[in-house]
Design a protein around this ligand. Sequence first.
Ligand code: MLT
Length: 261
Amino acid sequence: MAYAEVNGVRLHIRQQGGGPVALFVHGFPLDSSMWIEQIDALSDLRRCISLDLRGFGKSSPVTGAPLTMDQHADDLAGVLDLVSEEEADVIGLSMGGYVALAFAERHPDRLRSLALIDTKSGADSEEAKAGRDAMAERLVEDGRVAVAEAMQIGLLGPDASVAAQARVRSMVEGCRYETIVGALSGMRDRPDRTAVLSVVTVPAAVIVGEQDTVTPPAEAQVMANELPDAVLTVIAGAGHMTPIEEPAATSAALRNHIERV
Ligand code: MLT
């Protein structure tokens, strides 16, 4: 199945492997291809499904309404319904982590395990909210390339390979303008979900790049402390794009996580 009709939209899906389902949720403004290595590495343990969230990648375009974390979380549940699975291991990077936490809150009985990578549970500060609005304005004035250049500095660590830089840049530059604007407002208005962590009793993994400046290791430590059953892994040499910058180390951490579920 390459596409799933869920909640009135068409979502593009990558699938590999068999067994219980693991859902991989990409960050902003990326797409399902960011997980290629991890899906390959885990496909002997799980039916790995990486989707393009609504508006992103090859999924249906959106009209410009905010792309809320809640709607994305409900889309994940819709994908599970479609493949007739009760629960999933949910793995999210950054914005995908915000979505995974919304899923944990809205569909707790469907969560088999949770992996949060380079993300945080808190809401945006007032300064961060203003930054979202400024980025949306810059996007429509100066174009996606300008935004890609501005973002790349924050997303990747100083040691990121040219190949990793190229992958991130392709994804950022391939993202629709209206999706970027919708996602910025959805992230700006997302609630603080720190309280959700303490009720996630399923096995959890918190993974963070040592050089992540967007959601630094200190944020990861806070989440690991709040989660009742979490293993924290700090990945050397990675910034905010750990699965792309250090794919093997990320896959190994996820494998350890899935093996203890
Ligand atoms: C991401 O990588 O998904 C973004 O950095 C998340 C954010 O901007 O908060």
